[in-house]
Design a protein around this ligand. Structure first.
Ligand code: PEP
Length: 254
């Protein structure tokens, strides 16, 4: 059965102490207020990961993840962090293919396919992000773009490997803009993604895949978005930096 997941993406925000303080608040609120039918995941900058994992010990429904990991096992890649390193501090997740990585760091579907393989080889759960730009939506290319991101990024995996992924649909025009996809727009794409997974693998694999929505999700719009049949939670940027907002989104699944 697929999981309900609310994952925070802190991006390049919060110094070490700020990050620990926010995560402690999140854990305490989760313990007191969430029913535990959902999973909360925080994807922090690398420097926080080890400490967040320590704080999360004993909370089975709270996960910690990185926001990127290199495709190579190891080597002369100054400034990079490997999937093995991320795993070695106890993190369970890694965001791959976020549109900011695609846009600012030139990450292609081809590269992301390699990153996905390496992350899976180290038993990390990739939160694999896909989504169209505004220009692509206006040109009515959004279904083609989503399909090519799936085919070139993750459809080389076998069904067992694919079953370990979480997918996040994040329309680029909705990220950090305050403009959210309507629940109908989001549901339409989520259903399309699930249909493509069923066609490539089978209906069971499709039914078992958690597909998150991301893009200006907040405590106000989350209930309607998460009520859609193919939306299994959210990838949350801005609102994950405030413990109250993040936990209120998590609690949509109470
Ligand atoms: C994100 O960065 O993945 C994101 C969805 O950001 P925001 O919620 O701020 O739009």
């Amino acid at each position: 059965m697929r999981k309900k997941i609310v994952a925070g993406n802190w991006k390049m925000n919060l110094d070490y102490n700020e990050g620990l303080a926010l995560f402690s608040e999140i854990i305490n609120m989760f313990k007191d207020e969430a029913t535990g039918q959902q999973h909360a995941v925080v994807c922090s900058p690398f420097i926080h990961l080890h400490s967040l994992v320590q704080l999360a010990k004993g909370y089975h429904n709270v996960g910690v993840g990185a926001q990127n990991a290199h495709q190579a096992e190891a080597g002369a890649y100054t400034g990079e962090i490997s999937a093995k390193m991320v795993k070695s501090v106890g993190a369970g997740y890694v965001i791959l293919g976020h549109s900011e990585r695609r846009q600012y760091f030139g990450e292609s579907n081809e590269l992301l396919a390699k990153k996905t393989d390496t992350a899976l080889a180290h038993d990390l759960t990739p939160i694999f992000c896909i989504g169209e730009t505004l220009q692509e939506r206006e040109a009515n290319q959004h279904f083609d773009i989503i399909k090519s991101q799936l085919v070139e990024g993750i459809f080389h995996l076998d069904a067992t490997q694919f079953g370990k992924l979480v997918i996040a649909y994040e329309p680029v025009w909705a990220i950090g803009t305050g403009v959210t996809a309507s629940s109908d727009q989001a549901q339409e794409i989520h259903a399309f993604i699930r249909k493509e997974i069923a066609a490539k693998y089978n209906q069971q694999v499709a039914n078992d895949t958690s597909i998150l929505y991301g893009g200006s999700c907040n405590p106000k719009n989350a209930p309607e978005l998460f009520a859609q049949p193919d939306i299994d939670g959210g990838l949350i940027g801005g609102a994950s930096l405030k413990s109250r907002d993040f936990i209120d989104i998590v609690k949509v699944f109470n």
